[in-house]
Design a protein around this ligand. Structure first.
Ligand SMILES: [Zn+2]
Length: 80
């Protein structure tokens, strides 16, 4: 198992964070999709928030998406 630290945020803080970046209402309304698999992300299903030039990319809590997020660290813009 890898032991490097993950950037985790407590569930209640995710809502605060989403609110702070103006996405809480959109997430609650089911308007925000996972940037990796495309499924709708619920507030308690957010595993990662990445700032982009104009907005934020949310990643859901699916194992495959978390894995993709980890792999893309440091090369996040490589395939855009
Ligand atoms: Zn996903």
């Amino acid at each position: 198992m890898e032991t490097r630290p993950l950037k985790l945020v407590l569930a209640e803080d995710i809502e605060k964070l989403l609110d702070a970046i103006g996405l809480l209402e959109a997430v609650r309304s089911g308007e925000v999709r996972c940037v990796r698999c495309g499924r709708i992300v619920a507030a308690d299903d957010v595993s990662r928030i990445e700032a982009t030039k104009s907005s934020y990319d949310l990643t859901c809590g699916a194992d495959s998406c978390i894995e993709l997020s980890r792999r893309s660290e440091g090369v996040a813009d490589a395939n855009r």
